[in-house]
Design a protein around this ligand. Structure first.
Ligand code: PHE
Length: 367
């Protein structure tokens, strides 16, 4: 039977002696005090309080000691570790405050510094209005159709029941192009898109077409050789003039506000039968008891001219390959520029075309 191991005095085990533990603690405290910032402190924490730090390793030795020595060494190591933990907590608080103060200084914005001022651009009001109108109809389930501005004479005129000898041809002051044998014109209206659409699609057709059109007009406050129209076309079974009226009333109210509806005046277009001029309730006096002097905008009429419309002439349907017994349609066309003048109060059409940024900036923001 072997007796106690008297030669082995565990109190003297090197890593657990009072001096060694104190040295480990002091080294840790010095390193903590010297940590320059939070990142440095993180490393110090690993070195001196982590699993492989001298004090943690010393702690593991304790279990191997006899009871009496274990108690003393346990206290020593425990106190040293507590001191290190506390120092870490305190140093963290100090460094956090320092980090915050540094951040406040470094990230200070001098709001008085001059900047490079660049005015923000804006989209042209006509572009915005065209998009807005297209969106209105897309919301009703319509599609947007497009056509070229350099258009075949046949599509601009003949397909629309405007034969070569039709008197209405001369009403549209046309830009013809050379050579004449190409039979190309700058489209005088967006109506050729009606023809293009009917030739390329089968009913039901619900399309809206905003675009540029050209006429040999003088350039003045109310005329321009280039302006913008929006064309609407529906071809479906059972279409009546009532659908046309309801659509235009909705369109007008969406553009000009509640209560600004439309009225029809009998008119003539070769491509629609019957045809009508569309007037709007005057958006200034709202048609309320107007007199000639009371409203400059409608001159006492209570109504303002807006565009043309009608039931698609069966001859046009036939020319475009659509069964005119089965299908009927309606079409309308109005000036976008004119509508924009109504909305902005611009009295001179040229304001829309001169490219003065003050006009675009004022009216070129989203609606
Ligand atoms: N295209 C006609 C114009 O420019 C307007 C219009 C379009 C009329 C569609 C009726 C139907 O005057």
């Amino acid at each position: 039977m072997s007796g106690p191991n008297t030669e082995y005095d565990p109190v003297e085990v090197t890593p657990l002696g009072a001096e060694q533990v104190a040295a480990m603690r002091d080294e840790a405290l010095a390193a903590i005090a010297a940590a320059p910032d939070l990142a440095g402190l993180k490393q110090t924490r690993l070195d001196h309080a982590g699993d492989r730090s001298p004090l943690a390793l010393a702690n593991r030795e304790i279990g191997a000691l006899p009871p009496q020595a274990r108690k003393e060494a346990g206290q020593r190591v425990g106190q040293a570790r507590a001191a290190v933990t506390q120092a870490l907590t305190e140093r963290t608080a100090v460094l956090e405050v320092a980090a915050e103060e540094r951040m406040l200084v470094e990230e200070t914005v001098d709001v008085t510094l001059p900047t490079a001022r660049r005015p923000r651009g804006s989209r042209h009001p006509i572009t915005l209005m065209s998009d807005y109108i297209a969106d209105l109809f897309v919301a009703l389930g319509w599609e947007v159709a497009e056509g070229p501005v350099l258009e075949a004479e046949w599509l601009n005129f003949d397909a629309l029941n405007l034969g070569p000898d039709h008197p209405a041809r001369t009403m549209q002051d046309t830009f013809w192009t050379e050579p004449a044998s190409d039979h190309l014109v700058l489209r005088t209206h967006t109506s050729p898109v009606q023809a293009r659409t009917m030739l390329s699609r089968t009913p039901p057709i619900y399309v809206i077409c905003p675009g540029r059109v050209f006429r040999t007009d003088e350039y003045d406050a109310t005329h321009s050789p280039m302006f913008h129209q929006v064309e609407g076309l529906v071809v479906d079974e059972g279409i009546t003039m009532a659908h046309l009226k309801g659509t235009l009333d909705h369109f007008a109210e969406q553009l000009f506000g509640d209560g600004i509806t439309t009225r029809f005046r009998p008119s003539y277009f070769p491509f629609t039968e019957p045809s009508a001029e569309v007037d709007l309730v005057c958006f200034v006096c709202r048609g309320v008891a107007p007199t000639v002097d009371s409203c400059r905008t409608c001159k006492g009429e209570g109504w303002i001219e807006w565009g043309g419309c009608g039931v698609v002439n069966p001859r046009v349907l036939a020319a475009c390959g659509i069964d005119s017994k089965r299908y009927r349609g309606f079409a309308f066309g109005m000036g976008i520029d004119r509508s924009l003048m109504f909305r902005t109060g611009a009295e001179d059409l040229r304001a829309l075309f001169e490219g003065d940024v003050r006009f675009s900036a004022a009216f070129g923001t989203e609606w």
